[in-house]
Design a protein around this ligand. Structure first.
Ligand code: LMR
Length: 347
């Protein structure tokens, strides 16, 4: 059993007792409070508490509970224990949970423009991330002003990092031809589907909570994720190779149910916004370090060989998808934004 599954069962039991639910996953709608002047935010996410998202969620809870003088309580449900990829956005819209931080790719059906953050090789290194994925950048402003999100009563409060994605599988991957013919799990994003197709591989969208089993059972050959997600889900124990490709980004949009937010008294709205800002700053301070530590844990486990690409090898992966995949999604993401981003790439 995975360590996350053990933790999951323990938490299921605790959740069931504290919320008087009969089974983990029961939908506790309408308990966001307000009648006695206190409010409860249920914050659901799909990764472990030790990851950049997990830690930032805990920071948000700590700050908002302290600064609201206890008028806001935050209950965090990590690891897809209450809701997973398939139902968490629905749960947010029905106010069964009040906050989430899904990866940009998870918004593809609701707001396909957010796939801007999924474009392959958008970043060469983690230092470049804030230049594109911050509330004050063109892409960030577009996410905050996204009409489709607003229409679904989803209000962005922050942009959080995990980090850059690496490729994992059971064979060494130094060039696109090594990836070709293999199957990879992807997040549900058309951009990611195109990326793998350009490399000659096939791609299967799948919920995050299902990836470990799919790799273990050989349903797919590989997947892409930052080190922290690979290590915390024990994926490295069922993947012989990781290519340090830094070929894409996993970033999150911290969101709150708009109706819930609007019902908060003004001072508590400010408290929530400021706590989200503080958690976002904290997230950026710790994300790279958490990924580095996860990489060291993977190396020490001796289970997976990590292959570093030379600049030329990485460039070969990049040339197969940039600018072709970027241009393919111009109409979805926005011609202007793609044009700006390509200019920054010197294209
Ligand atoms: C994935 O599905 O691979 C990631 O988006 C999970 C996460 O939230 O980091």
């Amino acid at each position: 059993m995975r360590k996350t599954q053990v933790r999951g069962l323990a938490l299921c039991a605790a959740v069931a007792v504290s919320l008087s639910l009969t089974a983990c996953g029961a939908r506790g709608a309408g308990v966001s409070g307000g009648d006695d002047g206190t409010f409860t935010i249920k914050f659901s996410h799909v990764v472990t508490p030790e990851t950049p998202k997990g830690k930032a969620a805990e920071k948000f809870k700590e700050v908002v509970e302290k600064n609201s003088g206890g008028r806001i309580k935050v209950q965090i449900y990590p690891n897809s224990e209450l809701y997973g990829d398939k139902d968490e956005l629905q749960a947010l819209q029905s106010n069964s949970v009040q906050m989430l931080a899904p990866a940009s790719a998870k918004f593809t059906t609701i707001a396909p423009e957010l796939q801007v953050l999924d474009l392959p090789f958008l970043f060469d290194s983690v230092e470049d991330i804030p230049k594109v994925a911050s509330p004050e950048t063109q892409a960030g402003k577009a996410i905050y002003a996204n009409k489709a999100l607003a229409g679904k009563k989803i209000k962005p409060l922050g942009l959080w990092d995990n980090g850059l994605k690496q490729l994992s599988s059971n064979s060494e991957m130094r060039k696109p031809a090594d990836v070709a013919g293999h199957s990879f799990r992807i997040q549900p994003s058309d951009v990611l589907d195109s990326q793998f197709k350009k490399w000659g591989a096939s791609a299967t969208p799948m919920a995050f909570s299902e990836v470990y089993n799919a790799l273990q059972q050989g349903v797919v050959d590989g997947q892409e994720n930052p080190y922290s997600n690979i290590e915390s889900q024990n994926m490295h124990t069922v993947q012989k190779h990781i290519t340090e490709s830094n070929h894409g980004y996993v970033g999150y949009v911290l969101v709150i149910n708009t109706d819930f937010f609007n019902k908060l008294p003004k001072d508590l709205q400010d408290t929530v916004v400021k706590a989200a800002d503080e958690a976002s700053t904290f997230n950026r301070q710790v994300a790279a370090q958490i990924n580095e530590e996860a990489k060291q844990t993977i190396l020490k486990s001796g289970k997976t060989k990590i292959t570093k690409l030379s600049d030329a090898e990485r460039q070969a992966f990049k040339d197969a998808v940039v600018p072709s995949v970027w241009r393919e999604y111009e109409d979805v993401i926005g011609k202007e934004i793609i044009g700006e981003l390509l200019k920054e790439q010197g294209q």
